[in-house]
Design a protein around this ligand. Structure first.
Ligand code: G6P
Length: 472
């Protein structure tokens, strides 16, 4: 029977070295949860990088065996691969380009060669496991060349690709010297998915202008195959968040935490350290709020969780320093002995504590300058089981297309963000309830499991359509 192979740069675990040994830490991410029932069933498997380098052949063999039991197969990357493919081309060329941060883009031929080489490595790892009629679902911008590499060896396989980050306008994509190879690489797939209609539109336009392939209403005509392109906005495991919020464990953490910030309104912000998240801009806006509304000093605090990420990449190192500096400034200016404006945490938290933070915060301030989807805003909404709270959400996040009942802001408009926070602090409970409950309805319906189902059903549909066209 044909099986399904999931492929992403990172496996849904991460490998850590400890005292000369290694251990696996499972990922609690949304994608890992959503695809759990897929890769764990039958002969299915997830192929990817375990997140650390392993040079010793004996250790590699051991890891392969252990991962095999978890329904995973590793692609080992060398130190050079990590520097040139992951930190280099993926995160210093593609990531900034796709998020419209052209000032951070580097154009490095060695990084490009590493990107081709590592995509090839993934291809070889898949070919060891794949049968000709398997379904192979490739994820994200680190693996744009993989669909075409697979297609050349497995012409009849079902290949799908989903991009989790934005797809920018043609004007940006054309700046990348290897743009044609990248787009042709993705076009090896039968189905190509994005979070939003705009991402899809940008992709179709770039394909038409750069590769010359013709396209019409969601379909691209490749040599002897049609490719479907569409938007599939990703959801969260809604029940998991709602249930956790009500759990005894989280409720007791909420009681303990709130005692320490008694009588204060709380604003929660949670992000991976990334310049696309607009963290400095948010601190500036909060600073402006405290300047304009003196009466709020001592009464409102921001809980700012920044999860360490890509800390070897220069622009991320600089961002970390900028955030440290800005938090230092605002806290040194306004703090009193029993109040600090920003509670800043540069680390990750266990799930039950995150749930407590969502639960005790009156406002979630989610203001990325650009974001493919953003799941934090959805997690906040799902965690508000008493239907209070206000979500302030950037128009530049993919999620804003669905969450129209959030208070939408342009993150570059500092005064607009200040006013939105002020209005949120004074919003009547009835309005909070109306907004939160309507967003909850849609998030409940289009959860992560529904997303996986709709995407997989569409793959089948595309294959049927292809078969119909070739039999004509
Ligand atoms: C985003 C990307 C993912 C990536 C994740 C974490 O969500 O879409 O592909 O895995 O960030 O980044 P990292 O570089 O640590 O894998």
């Amino acid at each position: 029977m044909a099986k399904t192979i999931i492929v992403s740069n990172r496996l849904p675990i991460s490998l850590r070295h400890r005292n000369g040994r290694f251990e696996f830490k499972p990922s609690a991410g949304g994608l890992a949860t959503g695809l759990g029932s897929i890769y764990k069933s039958g002969e299915n498997i997830w192929i990817g990088w375990p997140g650390n380098t392993v040079d010793d052949p004996e250790q590699r063999a051991e890891i392969i065996l252990e991962l095999h039991d978890l329904k995973m197969a590793p692609v080992f990357l060398s130190k050079e691969d990590v520097e040139q493919f992951y930190e280099g081309f993926s995160n210093e060329t593609l990531w900034p380009a796709f998020h419209y941060f052209t000032q951070y883009m580097t154009y490095n031929a060695e990084h490009w060669e590493a990107y081709v080489r590592v995509n090839q490595k993934f291809c070889e790892a898949i070919l060891k496991k794949a049968d000709p009629d398997d379904t192979i679902w490739v994820h994200d911008y680190q693996l744009l060349l993989l669909p075409q590499m697979l297609r050349e060896v497995l012409p009849n396989a079902t290949i799908a690709f989903f991009q989790h980050i934005p797809f920018p306008s043609y004007e940006i994509i054309r700046m990348i010297p290897w743009r044609k190879q990248l787009l042709e690489g993705v076009c090896g797939a039968d189905l190509i998915g994005f979070h939003t209609y705009d991402d899809m539109r940008h992709f179709m336009s770039a394909v038409g202008r750069i590769t010359g392939l013709s396209s019409e209403s969601g379909y691209i005509q490749a040599d002897n195959r049609i490719i479907n392109v569409d938007s599939f906005p990703m959801g969260i495991d809604y029940d998991k968040f709602a249930k956790q919020a009500k759990s005894k464990k989280t409720q007791s953490i909420v009681r303990e935490f709130t005692k320490q910030v008694a009588d204060q309104k709380l604003i929660i912000t949670i992000d991976r350290l990334d310049y696309s998240k607009g963290i400095p801009q948010r601190i500036h806006a909060f600073n402006q709020l405290l300047k304009e509304h003196k009466e709020l000093r001592g009464k409102v605090s921001m809980i700012m969780i920044v999860v360490p990420s890509r800390d070897k990449v220069q622009s991320y190192k600089e961002l970390k320093e900028e955030i440290d500096l800005l938090v230092g400034r605002i806290n040194s200016e306004y703090s009193t002995l029993n109040w600090v404006p920003v509670h800043y945490f540069y680390r990750s938290f266990p799930f039950e504590e995150l749930s407590a933070f969502y639960n005790m915060s009156d406002i979630a301030l989610v203001t990325p300058l650009r974001d493919g989807m953003n799941l934090v805003c959805k997690e906040y909404v799902a965690s508000r089981t008493d239907q209070t709270g206000v979500l302030i959400l950037s128009e530049m996040a993919g999620a804003s297309k669905e969450l129209q009942d959030a208070v939408l802001v342009n993150p570059n408009d500092q005064q607009g963000v200040v006013d939105a926070i002020y209005n949120a602090l004074t919003m009547k409970p009835a309005e909070q309830k109306a907004r939160i409950s309507s967003m909850q309805e849609s998030l409940k319906k289009y959860d992560i499991f529904q997303w996986v189902k709709v995407f997989l059903d569409r793959i089948e549909h595309v294959k049927e359509k292809q078969a119909e066209l070739t039999s004509k």
